[in-house]
Design a protein around this ligand. Sequence first.
Ligand SMILES: [Zn+2]
Length: 161
Amino acid sequence: MKRAATIEWTQIDLTRRNEATAQRVTAVLVALSGIGGFVLSLRMIFDWWLVALVLLGCLVIVALGVGLWINPGVGAGAVSKLKESGTPASLPVVAAHKTTDESIRYQLQLRMPSADDQFVMHACGEPGCIEAGRTAPDSEVAALLNDATKTWAVVHDSPRA
Ligand SMILES: [Zn+2]
């Protein structure tokens, strides 16, 4: 096996966008329950210090919701940027290792289409990647590459179950 240069490329998980949406829904629910909790407490509690205490607790919940909202945005930004400016490519699978992990199944070593031989690893349990792992080294996986940001992602046809 040739020496692998894996340091330069950063792998992006294209499925992250869905997770981000789900996390955002949770974030809104968390923030709403914080606000709702405070409004309800105003109608039931009449001691000002209890209201202050509840307000503090509710503010923490709202802050948690805001934090949940911001976090996935960072990853989703990288995903949309790669989707917009990435170049479709077929990466040859040069080696495949079966793993004992049920959710990963295969570790694929892929060759980047660059002048010097660069390799990246893709650990995955998607049907397409399992098939590519079984048939390696005569297989390829579809990918998106962005040379400018040195990001890449495997394109899975079937959505993650
Ligand atoms: Zn995969």
